[in-house]
Design a protein around this ligand. Structure first.
Ligand SMILES: [Zn+2]
Length: 103
């Protein structure tokens, strides 16, 4: 059964917040975080009345397998865009710090 994309995204955010609270910045690794993400299990249930449709008991999401992939893809894109922005910001910050040191 596919994991509920909405609940998984919410759970990821919770795990990330906890991870950042528990782990000092210099010990954090993206792989560690991804390992924690892999442990998320929020399987949807198949709708017995309409085969190929899945329902999430937690949030009530009702979708076909294709829609589930679609939602997951969109949520991942959103997450990526945010990370990219964050990286840009980091880059800018480090660059400006370097420039300050050089001057
Ligand atoms: Zn759900």
């Amino acid at each position: 059964m596919p994991n509920c994309p909405e609940c998984t995204a919410r759970e990821k955010k919770k795990i990330q917040t906890k991870y950042e609270a528990d782990t000092p910045e210099e010990e954090r690794g993206r792989d560690d975080l991804y390992k924690l993400y892999d442990e998320i299990e929020i399987p949807m249930k198949m709708d017995p009345a309409r085969k190929g449709n899945f329902i999430c008991k937690r949030c009530g999401l009702y979708a076909t397998r294709e829609q589930v992939s679609d939602i997951r893809y969109k949520l991942n894109q959103k997450e990526k865009t945010r990370e990219d922005k964050h990286d840009d910001y980091l880059e800018w910050w480090q660059k400006s710090k370097k420039e300050k040191q050089e001057n």
